[in-house]
Design a protein around this ligand. Sequence first.
Ligand code: ZN
Length: 285
Amino acid sequence: MKIKNIYESIEEVRDIIAEKFMSNYSLEHVYKAVMYAFIYAALQRSRGLSSVDLLRPLEKKIPLLLVAAARRQLVDKMHGLAEYVEEIISADSPVLIRDEADFKQIIDNVKDQIGSVDYVFVYDCMSLIEKLVASAYLSVKGIKTIFLNTIFLNPVGLTMYMTQQLSDTKYRPSLQGVARYAANQLRASLYMKNPFIDVEVHKTGLLGVEEFADRVAIDKIVNEIMYWSRKGNILVFSDHGYDVIARPNENYLYVVHGFRRRDSSGSIPVLLLSRLSFFMATLKG
Ligand SMILES: [Zn+2]
């Protein structure tokens, strides 16, 4: 998949979620179904792992008809996204010298695309999955969101990798500083960082995928974005996402972030969403 097509693919998936799922099921169930479909597609790409077995605990938390619909209508489309994620992470040039890993340059790029926004929200550890669901939900409520032609690459999948890039500025090297930096560049009147997803991942260190999906207050997050996007234009992004890994000896899927390939526990990467962050903006009227 070519990089220039990825934003279109994301919006295509978002439209399917909005049109086919949002009006018939709860936000929480749709969220789990999107996560299910994305992991299902990724598992089909990693030979030797059984999607059906590994996803059973998550599947049990989703209405049967919705599971069937997600498999039928989303899994195929998710293959393209999973392939893209693999490709961009393993691209030839070292990530550290690539423009996509330079946060200040990324914000300049965002500015070139949208000029200014009213509010900047940074969600620690939010992956493409939550952004897709938020965008679909907003779309059903009549609020248009776009995925910008920009991604931030975080090669280690840790907050620090983004915040350290502010060390030569007057901004604090924290996620709050990152939000403030972006807000100033984009002339936003309000900025906020939300640690909720990251807090859930770190509370126990290692969370089963279905337990993680239960704990993320997707309702709260999406409604917060909706509330502010009714008042003005908002930019949403994250420092990193999270990784889904499998432990074949336990026949179980876990969520972590900052997964290392040299991990000695026998874990196999399934979907490394912690390495990249997409930028989403709502546009009023
Ligand atoms: Zn973080």
